[in-house]
Ligand binder design. Sequence first.
Ligand code: FMN
Length: 410
Amino acid sequence: MHRTGALLRPNKEKNSELLNMEKKDDLIMGGAETNRKDEHEMEASPIPLLSPYKMGDFNLSHRVVLAPMSRLRSYEFLPQPHSILYYSQRATAGGFLIGEATIISETAKGYPCTPGIYTKEQVEAWKPIVNEVHQKGGIFFCQLWHSGRASSNIFQPNGQAPISSTDKPIASKVHIDGSTPAEFPTPRRISTEEIPQIVQDFRVAARNALEAGFDGVEIHGANGYLIDQFLKDKVNDRTDEYGGCLENRCRFPLQVVKAVADEIGADRVGVRLSPFADYNDCSDSNPEALGLHMVEGLNEYGILYCHVIEPRMITQFQAGETKHSLLPMRKAFKGTFIVAGGYSRGTGNEVIANGGADLVAFGRTFLANPDLPRRFELNSELNQYDRSTFYSQDPVIGYTDYPFLDEARY
Ligand SMILES: Cc1cc2nc3c(=O)[nH]c(=O)nc-3n(C[C@H](O)[C@H](O)[C@H](O)COP(=O)(O)O)c2cc1C
């Protein structure tokens, strides 16, 4: 799709590895250097990213989507009042927001301070957050998540082993964020008979999300978590009807999609996939075939959207060169197609203009720029994100204190 490889080579002049990482991120993101007001980038308004789009019954006023981002600030696994400000800052009339990964059950936990959607208390705690986004005219989906083996016994009921499609642990010694050390335990391979209960947990969580006021849900089938652990042949070594051939590996994920769509209506359901990624040690020998098979399965259920991570994202935060493209998936999928991973204003406009996607999800740039659509409209400078506070659990710093354009000093 985009051949941005030339921009993405590591900057060898920096001697600090950390600086090197930040530098690469900036280049990927079209950060400080590439986002300066550039006459060549001045298009007639509205630019493609800011053109309206009808996603099913939702009338979006622009195509700049808030990507789902865990912020680890939901103490005791409960959404907190400080998230009201965080999400409402990023809401716009007709803007589409996808909430952070939200656990669907006790066994779904993988990190501290992630919100849940399986208890009455959690549902009630979400309500004022969702309500505030609605007050600003935003459309808000809840991302339903089960971490599977990307967890630790300390997060599991009675200290038991995390569950997965397999009993092989994640071999990687770092978390998905690429910097924090991790020691992953040996998971417990769930039996065939246990699978319907996990499907049911997703179904109930979807119902709860609507009860909390969300407009719909995104099923997290990406980034090496439970659903991805069933999809990918490097991990899924089952011999029952949920393992082996493509059809079998997609069975559990598609059962989840069907159950959730039956529960709340397919027109309120999106799915996130990352067939080309190997985050959390989760890769596939034929990601093109996997992506296409899933998209065709999703078509059967007529779901609202498919949201896919760009193949160039070799780690969650770092792009590289790739021969792969999302275009075959884009062409095959009948609903709204959302892309994510390393997009800037320029490449986002390009992918919309050339038909590669309907919507573009922005992660780190939106995290650091609460008024991102406005900044794109004005083609103004962007705040640079601070990676050290992504997951710092502080209720304000690195969360709701990124300045708006009016407050920014340049
Ligand atoms: C702090 C942080 C937390 C993230 N948490 C999630 C998550 O909860 N669910 C998910 O699907 N992706 C998550 N991601 C990945 C983003 O949605 C996105 O795919 C990634 O940041 C690449 O997009 P970007 O280059 O625009 O940042 C997270 C990313 C960041 C920076």
